[in-house]
Design a protein around this ligand. Sequence first.
Ligand code: GLU
Length: 479
Amino acid sequence: MNKIIRTRFAPSPTGFLHVGGVRTALFAWLIAKQNNGQFILRIEDTDKVREVAGSEQHIIDSLHFIGIKWDEGPDIGGQYGPYRQSDKLTIYKEWAQKLVDKGRAYPDPYTQEELNRLREQAKIEKRPFLFREHRPETFAKWDGSSTLRFKSDPKPYVWYDAVMGELSNGEEVIDDFIIMKNDGYPTYNFAHIIDDHLMEITHVLRSQEFISSTPKFLNLYEALEFERPILGTLPFVMGPDGKKKLSKRDGAKDILDYKKEGYSSEALLNFLATLGWNDGTTQEIFSEKELIEKFSIERVSRSGAKFDEQRLLWLNGHYIREMNIDTLYANAKDYFPKEASAYDDAYKKNVLTIIQERLKFYSELPSLTNFFFAEPEPDLTLIQNNKQLSKVEPETLVSLLEVALKGLDGISFETEKLSETLNGLLEKTRQKPAILFSLIRIVTTWAPSSPGLVESLAVLGKETTLSRMKNALNLLSKN
Ligand code: GLU
């Protein structure tokens, strides 16, 4: 009988989830999904010192935002629970006791000071410190609450990593590491191995930072007589220069910040999936369904993928352009400038329609659409710094505006009529669009850029357009 594929994401609640973390979860989830398997969320909260309050909920919210759902987890339970490590301390203790009984674990006989001294000595003698060389001859009885070490069986391994291929190590990297701490909690090194076994995890996907510890894990699997899951190591996400691990300085942020800034979950899903993975073609846009079909762990790159925020912007813009206006409106509604609350849905939808092409993320909305909702502050530098307009005499600008005002006053503001009238004004004034249209555009929006003139005026409406042009006329006549 074929085994059911079970993958897991096992974050520690030590802060927010960033792109690398969510990508790990996504790849594990895709493997489960494409095999009709199960995906498990497990909270690894055994390091009470590093724990940050609220992280578990934050992790859950981040995964929900991306659209990753789990079949079992701390919030929904399941047959293999508990799914929070702090809720299963007695289970780890039982497994630790089994190792003790087999002679494969023993209480650490040293105090912290003694250990420090041994380490110091090794440093002076310029040799690596290996605990196993100081292993006691006979093991004391374990009282269940003192530090417990694994009695390792150092040996070289050659193993296969689903991403990195064949890997190997020498026996010198395997030491008697701590499996239970004196606060009653297991270490990560021990707890995750017990959990992956009890939860029947078939694939362990995790970040590169665990690769150097893997030989120790292999040794522990053997001592516990556990079947080893498939291991897949995901290289770090690199900063934009491709040289260092992505840091906060390069823009690594909380995945929920992207939600706040108005990124769509489809774009993020697509972005994260293609961070170090492609399907072997040049395809860049993948729906969730396609990702589930096409993802393969063998095609994950062995070197770190570069984090390119421009690509995320491009992808997000792509998804925004693809949305029908009602969906876009529903998604973007809360991001309009506050003055927009005085306007009805139809007006706001019209504004969205004409900026949809240029919108890259929703929190750009206020800067792109302010002038549709509030009277803009006139900024004459927009005229002075305009390449074409700066060359035109102020009197000419005034008379151009007068002619334009007269022309627009007599018509209704439908796009066709507007377009016809504006073109007529070009002929009448014998001006280039770069002069006449730019002038009208600037004085009706006072914004560095805006959607097409005809569309903008049609949405602004006749009254607002003409009143802004009259104000500009007063202003320009005075200067
Ligand atoms: N708790 C570990 C972490 O948050 C997970 C490593 C693993 O997936 O085994 O980094």
